[in-house]
Ligand binder design. Structure first.
Ligand code: S3P
Length: 202
């Protein structure tokens, strides 16, 4: 039978390219969503709401670390930051091994050695951004249970904020929160991730 007699005509290069792209997009959006960003930007609130909208489980790595160790984050830091980081890394790896979910990471998790490579390869990484001047207003409240803020001067926290900016910049998607409330940010992300709007993955 000649090719022109078949009901299915061969796809053009353009159609094939579009199909491949749509396929890649579908595989990409079925990944776990990892929410990263500096302390106090609202990763847990946005992540939880996003999980609800996408109908996926929600995991907070800080909660996992505290539940598993039976200790608070300040208590773990008292024994050494590396103790906390090891447990945090395990919580990240375990979340990535689960069926697609939404995971909110502690503010330092994405900047640890090898973490960005791992997460960018396996998840969709969403960076929640708030300018430092907004975080600065919350420093007293954040200091209560965050050892990296407690006892530090605002300029020292700002140094940490700047030092981490380069790694956060590698995220696939960025949401600037002062222009969105939590519900709006989560709704925008959910619309993007459920493929109703094609994202610019940067
Ligand atoms: C940390 C952020 C905290 C928590 C720990 C260390 C960091 O999480 O993981 O205190 O290194 O930035 P949040 O970003 O949820 O506050």
């Amino acid at each position: 039978m000649a090719l022109e007699d078949t009901a299915v005509s061969p796809a053009t290069d353009e159609q094939l390219a579009w199909r491949n792209q749509a396929d890649t997009h579908r595989r990409f959006i079925s990944r776990t969503v990892a929410v990263v960003g500096f302390m106090g930007v609202g990763k847990t609130s946005v992540g939880r709401e996003l999980a609800r909208l996408l109908d996926r489980p929600f995991i907070d790595t800080d909660d996992v670390v505290q539940e598993r160790s039976g200790q608070s984050i300040p208590e773990l830091f008292e024994q050494g930051e590396h103790i906390f980081r090891k447990l945090e890394r395990e919580a990240v790896e375990d979340a990535l091994a689960m069926p697609p979910c939404v995971v909110a990471l502690g503010g330092g998790a994405f900047s640890q050695p090898g973490a960005a490579e791992l997460l960018l390869g396996k998840a969709i990484v969403v960076h929640l951004y708030i300018p430092f001047r907004v975080i600065r207003r919350q420093l007293d409240a954040l200091a209560v249970d965050r050892p990296l803020i407690r006892g530090r001067q605002p300029w020292q926290v700002q140094d940490l904020f700047l030092a981490r900016a380069a790694s956060y910049r590698r995220a696939h998607v960025r949401v600037c929160l002062p222009r969105h409330d939590v519900g709006e940010a989560a709704a925008e992300l959910a619309a993007m991730l459920s493929a109703r709007r094609r994202p610019d993955y940067g």
